[in-house]
Structures are given as C-alpha cells and as structure tokens.
Design a binder for this molecule. Structure first.
Ligand SMILES: Cc1ncc(COP(=O)(O)O)c(C=O)c1O
Length: 433
C-alpha cells in the first residue's frame, strides 16, 4: 500500500508558508477564470459561442501539414536530444534569412535567440535588460506585459489609449515618458485590439528613442530598449502593412528586441517555437538565461520550423488561406455588429486589421438588461455569457480602465455557423435591454 501524503501536502497554511512574496502576489491569467465559467455553462448543456481564447481550434485551423510531416520525420530521424541553448543553427540561420527576405533586415549571425514560443524570449529580455525598480513604459490595453513587469519588480508606466487611435499610444502620450524609461514595449498587430501601428507614429517613437539614447550615451547612461512584439505580423489583412522599428529608423537596430513566433501565424500555439532577434551582445546574455530555464523549443520542432521557413512558397500558400479564413470570420462579426449599430442598438466595433481579434464596445454601462445591471467589465461579460451565450474578454483583463464597455472577441476557435448564432443572440439581448 502506498503512503497517503495528503495530510501533509494539503494543509491550508502551506499556501502562505511555502511560496515567497513574489509568487504569492503573482496573478494568473484572468482569461483562465473566464474559461472556467464557460466550461460551467457548457456543462449545463447551454450553447456557448466561445470568443475568449487567443488560441486555435485545431479542427478548424490545423498547423501546416508540411510542418507536421517534418516534425514527425525529425523525430523519426532521432532528433530527440538537447538543442543548443540559443537554438539549433539551422533555425537561427533560417530566421536570419527570413528577416532579410521578408522584412528587409540583414542581421549578423548571433542575433537570434530561440525559445519555446515567444514567452521565454520576452521573459529573458526583461531579465537581461531591466533592473528591479526600472521604468517600463507600455500602452494599455496590453497582452501580458504587466506580468513580466511585475516579475522583474520594475515600475510599469501604463499609457492610456483611445479607440479612435486603434488603442495605440500617440506621440503626445508616450514621448514624455521616454526620459525615465529603461524599456518600452509595443505590440503590433495588437492583442487584444486587432489593430496595426501607424508607421508615422512608430517612426516618431523610434526617432525619439534614438535621440534620447544619444543623450544617454554622452552621459554614460544605459539606453532605452524597445521590445517590439510582432507575433501576429504575418496575419495582417490587405490594406494594412507591417513595419518594424529598424526598417523605419535603422539606428534602432542597436536598441530593438523583436519578439516573434510560429505560435499564431502558423496556428501552432502548442508546438512552442518562438524567437527574439536583437543585437548579438544582448542575445549572448539571453542565451544562458533561456538555457538555465530549459525553455528552448524541442529540437525536432526547431529543425522542422527551419525547413519550412526556407520554403516561402509553401508558407505563403498556408498563410493566404489562413489569413483569408480569419479575416472572413472577423468581418462576419464586424458586419453583424455594425448592422446592429446602424439600427441604433448600443454596440460598435473597430475595423479588423489583423491577428484574430475584434474590439467591440457595448454601451450598456449603468443599464439593467435581462435582470443584470452593468456596472463594470465583469458584469458586462457575465451578462453576455449568461444571457446571450457569448463568451468575451473585457478589456479590463488587459489593464484598460473599467467601465469602458470594450471587450475582445477572438475568432480562433469559432465556426461561421457559431458566429451567426452568436450575432442573433446578441441582437436579441440588446433589443430586450
Ligand atoms: C502579443 C502576444 N505576444 C506574445 C504571445 C506569446 O506567444 P507564445 O504562445 O509563442 O508564447 C502572445 C500569446 O497570446 C501574444 O498575444
């Protein structure tokens, strides 16, 4: 008979005694709590359109078949041992030639740090650049930047944004903070808003960073570094373009850390291959960090990714279809919601520009609908889920001020038929309200 350890491991005080203060105060993703609510509703047998997840349903959006075949082939070929901490040379080279070919950026060897998705390179960037107490400037709404700022015990300066600017900052809101900043974080296309940064703004921010860094160099101070998270850049829709800081202001090459991954663009969130592209002296410091975490991507997956990156025609074929499907679903949602707005119902949305997200505003603050009084993002989310069977994430989960009515809709795991149903239920709810 085995020893029952429950009496020792389940006592309540362990949760305060065992973890340190940092861990005790670290928040998990708020979206996971919403997922639990969705699961409860589904368990009750209710029809729920789940528009919350920043992930893909593999039955709707499988990874490129060429990637799957190559991963299997690499495993069968015995590629199962440790990869180098910086990434296998084949993938580092493939990323370099990819950035040269697709982004017009010719980086030298030693500029790439591979990780298990984009997160380890982001974490490593914070650890190698930011000191506790340093200022990190980023616009809200933001994906998970706040958690990395917290983990590094840095001071986060959140820049408020407006829907009319696509939830991007403006020069007037961000530039005054550069003097104190050690790191600026920008993300385009933006999770949660699905919007793309305007190159005029990006150039202006980059120009100001370069000027600030010239002054700092003269004083012997450390420069501002720009963490540029572009994990959705290959999912930009026609009419919009992706720009890099370095492409717009070449001197930014010294201060930019690009963050990228196959997770979103190849619908491969569970494959876990991502990378940072940055100056080699910084990459050489990120490398032991990623190594000690063991947060490298699996060797077979790195080699398979390297092979596929070298076949742009195969990747483009996949992307054309994938982008087209995402865009069709986002536009289906946006058309339906705009039609409701045209009828005078209290809802509106931004134009989808890229990624898998739509920013939608429900103008219900202070109103009582179907017995629910909407006082904040959480009560709005609960109303939509409980009464319309539509699961959304309020922008408050991304650090946006409460009471705005803005929510994120994601189309990664939803069929066109489910979207039709969701639109009908939203319309019925708003009419009733
Ligand atoms: C803007 C942004 N950056 C980075 C990531 C992390 O990507 P990965 O799954 O490759 O770690 C995500 C995932 O949702 C994201 O939305």
């Amino acid at each position: 008979m085995s020893l029952d350890v429950r009496p020792w491991v389940q006592s309540d005080d362990l949760s305060t005694l065992l973890p340190n203060e940092l861990a005790n105060k670290l928040q998990g993703s708020q979206i996971l709590a919403i997922a639990a609510h969705v699961a409860r509703c589904r368990a009750e047998g209710r029809t729920i359109a789940n528009l919350t997840i920043g992930d893909f349903d593999p039955s709707l959006y499988p990874i490129p078949s060429a990637l799957e075949q190559r991963i299997v082939a690499q495993l069968q070929a015995g590629q199962t041992n440790y990869p180098p901490a910086v990434g296998v040379p084949e993938l580092c080279e493939a990323v370099r030639s990819f950035y040269d070919r697709a982004l017009g950026l010719d980086y030298p060897p030693g500029s790439v740090q591979v990780g298990s998705g984009a997160r380890p390179p982001i974490y490593a960037a914070f650890q190698t650049v930011v000191e506790p107490g340093d200022v990190v400037v980023y616009p809200v709404p933001t994906w998970n930047v706040r958690y990395y700022v917290y983990l590094r015990q840095a001071e986060g300066v959140e820049i408020p944004t407006r829907p009319e600017d696509g939830f991007m900052p403006t020069a007037a809101t961000i530039l005054p903070h550069l003097g104190r900043a050690r790191m600026v974080v920008l993300n385009s296309p933006l999770n949660p808003a699905g919007t793309v940064i305007d190159p005029v703004l990006l150039r202006e921010i980059c120009g100001a960073i370069v000027a600030e860094n010239q002054r700092r160099r003269a004083r012997g101070d450390k420069p501002v570094v720009l963490l540029y998270d572009q994990v959705y850049w290959q999912l930009i829709f026609p009419g919009h373009e992706h720009h890099t800081p370095v492409g717009l202001v070449p001197e930014m090459a010294a201060y930019t850390i690009h963050i990228d991954a196959i997770s979103k663009c190849w619908a491969a969130t569970g494959i876990r291959v991502g990378w940072a592209v940055a100056p080699p002296p910084l990459i050489s410091k990120m490398k032991p960090l990623v190594g000690h975490m063991g947060a490298w991507a699996a060797r077979a997956e790195q080699l398979a990714t390297a092979e596929l990156i070298q076949q742009p025609e195969v990747v483009e074929g996949f992307l054309d279809d994938f982008r087209g499907q995402l865009r069709a679903r986002l536009e289906q949602l946006s058309r339906g919601l705009k039609a409701m707005a045209a009828e005078g119902l209290p809802v509106d949305c931004l134009e989808p520009q890229g990624a898998i997200y739509l920013s939608v505003r429900f103008d219900l603050q202070g109103r009582t609908v179907a017995g629910h009084t909407v006082t904040d993002g959480e009560s709005l989310r609960t109303l939509l889920l409980e009464e319309a069977g539509v699961a959304v994430v309020p922008f408050t989960a991304f650090g946006y001020p409460d009471g705005s009515g803005w929510v994120r809709l994601s189309v990664g795991a939803i069929s066109e038929a489910e979207i039709d149903g969701a639109l009908q239920r939203i319309s019925a709810l708003l009419r009733a309200g």
